[in-house]
Design a protein around this ligand. Structure first.
Ligand code: PMP
Length: 453
């Protein structure tokens, strides 16, 4: 290494502004600086190994430094790193668009590339809005979103975001969206069925009264991620889709977190046989290698933009790196490997193994709820399991558990007092076992033994 740890730490503090981070807290501690990855583990500059227990922000599929994925990038790099989709096309972008339309839920045959989940969401919102305009439905100017939704950090995505801690400060800059509850079986007094009825009834009334104002409904299908890994009751997404269709409102599925096998199906929509009008994917698309996202649309949506230029129906949107060949090449290889290694088919057994391992936590006095869909797991910590009384956020119990886990060799980030466990999909049983042991030990150390950093 050219630079010593101390020099890097100093430069990190002097120049790097980290995402979702109170820099005053962060700068007070010694940073972990990752140097390399191998399989499901990351290694810091001091040689310490950590399990990647949150898949480097929920996106890793086959692990790190995978020879096939590395080679796919190198092969493409020797041809061309980037050109543009403005007036030109390129081989990996064409092949990836075709592949995505093949594996996506029925009817999503058109693919618009971008470079992050948030930009993919912006595109879906703009497409839904302009679709309505292009069809002469000018009054359709707003969207339905769900309480505690998270769709990314750009202004449009924040407008349909509903996590007060992240989004409220920007309210004056945002367009308005209508919010319905996301069914939270743990917190709703009526449990799963009460939560689901409330969601569907609110939606039905809203659509009956105002469908002519609503361009689309955006939803994190089956699992709402950033709000704390909240899993929808079975049948709920299907019913949401049915109501949207009935009232002529486009269904926008944000599969950024749930796509590519994470929930046990290729897409969470597949769990409920739902075919949305627009679908956003990102994160796992490249296996966790490069920033590529995509917004998939039906022919019906696409055709509303397909017109003579003078009709002014063109979708004026694009990014410099839209359809980047390196990103598309590694995404194609990721999808090929997923098929070859039967990754999606392997998730059910792994998920069951994880559920069995974590079930020992159910008797912990401070574990309120363990929510899981596939390899997407959230463990909600509470002050009192019986009353579900939450910990005060100032106590930072979730942060402490993750600090303890890091000390024990596992990386993850909390969502408030929900401990997230989202391992790379390729993790073996042994690796999943070692990871869940660390998580369980960290939770017990902090909530029962009073461990603090
Ligand atoms: N939608 C969902 C459901 C997400 O979970 C995320 C990221 N966590 C995003 C959108 C935004 O994706 P990105 O961070 O790539 O912009």
């Amino acid at each position: 290494m050219l630079t010593t740890y101390n020099q890097l730490a100093e430069l990190n503090k002097a120049h790097l502004w980290h995402p979702f981070t109170q820099m005053k807290d962060y700068c007070a501690a010694d940073p972990v600086i990752i140097e390399r990855g191998d399989g499901v583990r990351l290694f810091d500059t001091e040689g310490k190994a950590y399990y990647d227990g949150f898949s480097s922000v929920w996106l890793n599929v086959h692990g790190h430094c995978v020879p096939e994925l590395n080679q796919a990038i190198i092969r493409q790099l020797e041809l061309v790193a980037h050109s543009t989709l403005l007036g030109l096309s390129n081989i990996p972008a064409i092949e990836l668009a075709a592949k995505l339309s093949e594996i996506a839920p029925d009817g999503l045959r058109k693919v618009f590339f971008s470079d992050s989940g948030a930009t993919g969401v912006e595109i879906a919102l703009k497409m839904a809005y302009q679709y309505a305009r292009n069809k002469g439905m000018e009054s359709k100017r707003t969207f339905i979103t769900m309480k505690e939704a998270y769709h990314g950090d750009t202004i449009g995505a924040v407008s349909v975001g509903a996590i007060p801690l992240y989004h409220e400060v920007f309210r004056p800059l945002l367009f308005e969206a209508l919010t319905i509850p996301y069914p939270d079986s743990y917190r709703h007094p009526g449990g799963a069925s009460g939560a689901m009825s409330e969601t569907l009834e609110t939606l039905r009334l809203l659509l009956e009264a105002r469908a002519d104002e609503i361009a689309g409904l955006i939803v994190e299908p089956v699992v709402q991620g950033a709000s704390g890994i909240i899993v929808m009751p079975e049948g709920c997404l299907r019913e949401i889709a049915r109501l949207c269709r009935k009232h002529g409102v486009l269904l926008i599925a944000d599969e950024v977190a749930t796509g590519f096998g994470r929930t046990g199906a290729m897409f969470a929509c597949d769990l409920e046989d739902v075919a949305p009008d627009l679908m956003v994917v990102g994160k796992g698309l490249t296996g966790g290698y490069l920033p590529v996202a995509a917004t998939l649309a039906t022919d019906e949506v696409y055709e509303a933009f397909y017109a003579d230029y003078e009709e002014q129906k063109t979708f004026f949107h694009g990014h410099s790196y839209t359809g980047n060949p390196l990103g598309c090449a590694v995404a194609l290889e990721n999808l090929r490997l997923m098929e070859e290694r039967r990754v999606v088919e392997s998730i059910a057994a792994k998920a069951k193994f994880v559920a069995d391992k974590l079930s020992s936590l159910k008797t912990c006095p401070h574990v309120g709820d363990i929510r899981q869909q596939g390899l997407l797991v959230g463990i909600e910590l509470v002050r009192d399991r019986r009353t579900k009384e939450p910990y005060a956020w100032e106590e930072r119990v979730g942060v402490h558990v993750c600090s303890r886990a890091r000390e024990l060799g596992l990386l993850t980030r909390p969502l408030g007092n929900v401990i997230v466990f989202i391992p790379p999909l390729a993790s073996t049983r042994e690796e999943l076992g070692a990871m869940t042991d660390i998580i369980a030990a960290s939770i017990r150390d902090v909530t029962e033994q009073g461990w603090r950093p």
